[in-house]
Design a protein around this ligand. Structure first.
Ligand code: ADP
Ligand code: SF4
Ligand code: MG
Length: 347
């Protein structure tokens, strides 16, 4: 990588504290009468458990580069995206956006500086956009909120420029987005995210709530923005097929950890990790992974990750070592970094 990294994630950890069911309750449930069950629930506390949603992740994105972050649902992609935006707390390791250490950002001024540098587009634009506001207010909101432009006329000119960049006509300015299609709404959301001219855009499944033709349009818009503005993007997706035409590299995430980082050119031939290969053969939808191999239907619980390699209960190539020892993400003799004992031993 030659250009300076806009995003540097180093061994970042994000955890959720959750209180589980009273575990022994299911066992005693059948033997107790209803008043005793009630008493049991009242006096026996639930167990406090931590979900390691992001568990020691390291990655970098260079200026103008798009990195796709792919993996099945629950692998920790959204949590990492939210942690970059300081919407989740990083408890260990670091995340730096254009040199700003996200863990150290405190107070309004520092936060405004962060959000001028990085913006996020969420999965469902219907949830992230207020349908009561007109397009001009929605798109110009960060210009006001981040103290970038106080003059109304200049804000309008910038909003029109942004709409144009996103392939939307200026005639939409006064319209409320209540009747917009999901594709149009997602373009408006992208416009708003671009308003502060960020260096990095985090896009969380930006295509998955859209119909096929809108998906193609928004994908081509993202490619265009990357070329025109030199934007760096973290493109979170469970759809490897859609992202490989936008991103230059792909990072495959499994159970809170990155298991492979590879260039997207000729991706199917390049991927080496058994999980990544299963994903690519399940194209277009990772949700169909279970159809490729019955082992893939095993969904390990986030509350008790398997020891050793977390993928071992689903892996056709697992050895005893895989069950004991956690593989590190490293390049060694391989063309790119992979976290798998067997792949490294065979290299
Ligand atoms: N607010 C939350 N509270 C508790 N657990 C959560 C919360 N959000 C996500 N998780 C858990 O963290 C893990 C990663 O979730 P997420 O980041 O949403 O994955 P993905 O975006 O890859 O589908 C999952 O096990 C999920 O259940
Ligand atoms: S380390 Fe072992 S279990 Fe994990 S992916 Fe590689 S072969 Fe499979
Ligand atoms: Mg998600």
């Amino acid at each position: 990588m030659t250009a300076l990294p806009v995003l540097e994630v180093e061994r970042a950890h994000v955890r959720y504290d959750i209180v589980t069911d009273r575990v022994p309750f299911r066992k005693v449930n059948r033997t107790l009468s209803e008043p005793l069950r009630w008493l049991y629930r009242a006096v026996v506390p639930g167990q406090r458990i931590q979900v390691r949603a992001v568990d020691g992740v390291s990655l970098e994105i260079a200026e103008g580069e798009t990195l796709a972050l792919v993996g099945e649902s629950g692998s920790g992609k959204t949590t990492l995206g939210r942690a970059i935006m300081q919407l989740e707390r990083v408890v260990k390791g670091s995340i730096k956006v254009d040199g700003i250490n996200v863990r150290e950002v405190r107070g309004g001024r520092a936060r405004r500086r962060l959000y001028r540098t990085v913006q996020m587009v969420f999965q469902d634009p219907r949830e992230s956009i207020d349908p009561g506001l007109d397009v001009e207010s929605i798109v110009a909101e960060p210009l006001v909120g981040l103290g970038i432009e106080h003059r109304k006329k200049a804000r309008r000119a910038r909003t029109i420029e942004l709409l144009h960049q996103c392939g939307l006509p200026a005639s939409l300015l006064g319209e409320r987005p209540g009747r917009f299609s999901a594709g149009e709404l997602q373009r408006v959301a992208i416009c708003r995210a671009l308003a502060p001219a960020p260096k990095l855009l985090v896009l969380d499944e930006p295509l998955s709530a859209l119909d096929l033709s809108s998906q193609a349009q928004v994908a081509s818009l993202l490619r265009q923005l990357q070329a025109d503005l030199g934007l760096a993007m973290l493109l979170i997706s469970h759809d490897l097929a859609a992202t490989r035409h936008i991103a230059q590299r792909v990072a495959v995430m499994y159970f809170g950890q990155i298991v492979e980082v590879a260039p997207t050119t000729d991706l199917a031939a390049r991927l080496l990790h058994p999980y990544a290969r299963a994903l690519i053969s399940a194209v277009p939808q990772l949700s169909r992974l279970s159809q490729t191999d019955p082992r893939m239907a095993i969904q390990p619980s986030a509350l008790s990750p398997p020891p050793g390699c977390r993928f071992h209960p689903r892996c056709a190539e697992a050895t005893d070592r895989c069950r004991r020892e956690k593989p590190k993400l490293k390049q060694g003799q391989l063309p790119h970094p992979v976290a798998c004992h067997v792949v490294h031993d065979g290299a």
